[in-house]
Ligand binder design. Structure first.
Ligand SMILES: Cc1cc2nc3c(=O)[nH]c(=O)nc-3n(C[C@H](O)[C@H](O)[C@H](O)COP(=O)(O)OP(=O)(O)OC[C@H]3O[C@@H](n4cnc5c(N)ncnc54)[C@H](O)[C@@H]3O)c2cc1C
Length: 581
């Protein structure tokens, strides 16, 4: 079935919904396709907050926010984009408030704000209250608010439509323009084409390539992998963030808000060990540093009971703060660990959390395909799947939600401008055939001994053990060989469900292919980058090397794996300096 629209948004998280809202306000005929029900998007699990230099409780300025973002990202941030992020954060958060988002309030009725890692006053002096929040359910409130607004403005939703291919007029690597997508309808397995002038990818992250992750099962990098397969490069894939405080063994997140409200990290001796790593900001240092400090404590035998975890302690915050500001995450500790945070410290360890890399875009959320910023006409990306790059080598807490708002909004506005100028693409002959052949091949394969679950598990293990917080050439070389082996075995993967109705097994096989491609790029880019910067820590190259490596990586799909190229970082205001906190 063919569905003609003017704009298509793939993904109904915060980025996709704000773009769709903007398009609907401009009267553009828009469809949102989402493999999950919109309100189940991962944005809904975001806990701690969304930052904006409102200065409601203490002095703050967007320039300070911009500086923190650049320094937090270890100077790999594009500073023109970081300026836009920090400036427009303020108006987008206020707009959300006007849409009805129930933020926590100060006694005099303003939006309440709390501290978060790496956010400082006066260019690094000390922590500042910049994160706006609705208890520890900020993402949930953002998602509900935006979804309501989209419904109010008549956005059309296609729920449980999983996009499996992108359509172009011409080759996007050589000037071709976006023309739509192919989607698999979960309910009956039918393939549909959606034609449009402008297509936005806002498909979220891909933390599911790691064993221990805060990311939902659905976060498999679909949009990023589909771009890569169509000859569009993907950027900065070697930078993946590990969040310091995941629930031991399962990775479910305990928000940094716990530390923002005054929670501490303790080792086996009961010491606040962060004093030895970041004396000024302590537990509110950026995540890459806190995660490394935790690994070092564990390696030195100071994990709890000599094991591979540490304690997050919120006992001293008292019942009122916990119940008003951290209700959900303290419940997680009770439910998943059987620990009562009011009385006991909570066992935590780093968990794979956020993809700094993704589909390269300019500040209008247009996808670019080379180091010169050449745009792929009609193709846009925003949110975690995109790399604009405001997070550089390490994202600061609360900067993702604001990235969704700012660049989701910009995407919607730019798509509306673009759609007004061009004709709708003509139907493409046999558009669904390549994908139908792929899916039929998986479905028709006889049992081969290779299953999605086993290959995915082996992938997650090698990524966690070899491509985690610390890396070196030996670990990465072994990981590269393993990922190649898994890709070869994946050619033979067979599934038990041959049906067309609700065949989630088939779609998981498809998603495993995306994870394998993205893991391949991550490992190759990490092996090539012989320095340590932000979340990419090479034990064999422990220093940052600005002379050689102050540049973004761009990975193109080659015959036997990724080909790497590089592009300059935009530096407008802040020259790189050593990064201490
Ligand atoms: C547990 C947790 C807590 C977090 N807390 C915070 C926080 O407090 N502050 C902060 O700033 N950041 C936080 N983050 C990060 C932030 O929430 C995410 O980066 C952000 O929500 C991603 O939003 P998105 O719009 O890019 O995509 P998502 O919200 O992940 O949504 C992706 C959408 O894409 C759709 N999709 C994916 N693939 C396909 C496909 N093939 N076809 C159709 N649809 C598809 C999905 O259905 C979904 O609607 C947190 C992340 C996690 C995991």
């Amino acid at each position: 079935m063919d569905h003609p629209f003017d704009a298509i948004v793939v993904g109904a998280g915060g980025a996709g919904l704000w773009a769709a809202l903007e398009l609907a306000r401009e009267g553009v005929n828009t469809a949102v396709l989402t493999k999950l029900y919109p309100t189940r998007s991962h944005t809904g699990t975001a806990q701690g907050g969304v930052c904006a230099a409102l200065g409601n409780l203490e002095e703050d300025h967007w320039e300070w926010h911009m500086f923190d973002t650049v320094k937090g990202g270890d100077y790999l941030v594009d500073q023109d984009a970081a300026e836009i992020l920090a400036r427009e954060a303020i108006e987008t958060v206020i707009e959300l408030e006007h849409m009805g988002l129930p933020f926590n309030r100060t006694p005099d009725g303003k939006i309440d704000q709390r501290r978060f890692g790496g956010h400082t006053s006066n260019y690094g002096e000390g922590p500042v209250r910049r994160a706006c929040f609705a208890a520890d359910r900020t993402g949930h409130m953002i998602l509900q608010t935006l979804y309501q607004q989209c419904i109010k403005h008549g956005v059309k939703f296609f729920d449980e439509f999983q996009v499996v291919d992108l359509l172009f007029e011409g080759d996007p690597a050589k000037g071709g323009r976006a023309a739509g997508v192919v989607a698999h309808r979960l309910a009956d397995g039918q393939l549909h084409t959606f034609r449009a002038k402008a297509v936005l990818l806002s498909t979220g992250g891909f933390g599911r390539m790691f064993r221990i992750t805060s990311n939902a099962h659905s976060l498999t990098g679909d949009g990023v992998a589909l771009c890569y397969r169509h000859g569009i490069p993907i950027q900065d894939m070697e930078f993946f963030q590990f969040h310091p405080t995941g629930i031991v063994g399962i990775g479910i997140l305990l928000s940094e808000a716990a530390r923002g409200e005054g929670g501490t990290l303790l080792n086996d001796k009961g010491e606040r060990f962060m004093a030895n790593y970041a004396p000024k900001l302590m537990e509110l240092a950026p995540r890459d540093m806190v995660s490394r400090a935790m690994y070092q404590e564990i390696r030195a035998g100071r994990g709890i009971g000599g094991k591979d975890y540490l304690y997050l302690d919120v006992r001293h915050l008292g019942r009122k703060v916990i119940e008003e500001k951290l209700p959900d995450i303290t419940d997680f500790a009770r439910i998943y660990q059987g620990v009562e945070p009011l009385k006991e410290p909570v066992p935590v360890q780093p968990t794979a959390h956020y993809a700094m890399g993704g589909i390269p875009t300019n500040v209008f959320s247009e996808v670019v395909r080379d180091d010169k910023g050449t745009v792929v006409p009609g193709l846009f990306a925003a949110g975690e799947c995109a790399c604009v790059s405001v997070h550089g080598a390490n994202r600061l807490g609360t900067n993702s939600l604001v990235d969704l708002l700012v660049f989701g909004r910009r995407a919607g506005r730019q798509m509306a401008r673009y759609a007004a100028k061009v004709e709708r693409p003509q139907p493409i002959a046999n558009a669904v055939e390549p994908m139908r052949a792929d899916l039929d091949a998986i479905r028709g394969r006889e049992a081969s001994g290779e299953s999605v679950a086993v290959i995915r598990k082996e992938l997650q293990d090698v990524m966690m053990d070899n491509v985690g917080v610390y890396r070196d050439a030996t670990l990465l070389t072994a990981a590269l060989a393993k990922v190649k082996e898994l890709k070869a075995r994946n050619q033979k993967v067979a599934i038990a469900d041959r049906g067309s109705v609700f065949n989630t097994e088939l779609l998981e096989a498809q998603e495993l292919g995306y994870l394998l491609d993205l893991a391949h790029v991550t490992v190759a880019a990490a092996l090539a980058r012989t320095e340590s910067r932000g979340a990419h820590s090479r034990e064999d190259y422990p220093e940052r090397d600005d002379k050689k490596w102050l540049k973004h990586s761009l990975a193109y799909q080659g015959k036997d794996g990724p080909t790497l190229r590089y592009k300059d970082v935009s530096i407008t205001t802040f020259q790189p300096k050593p990064r201490t906190y």
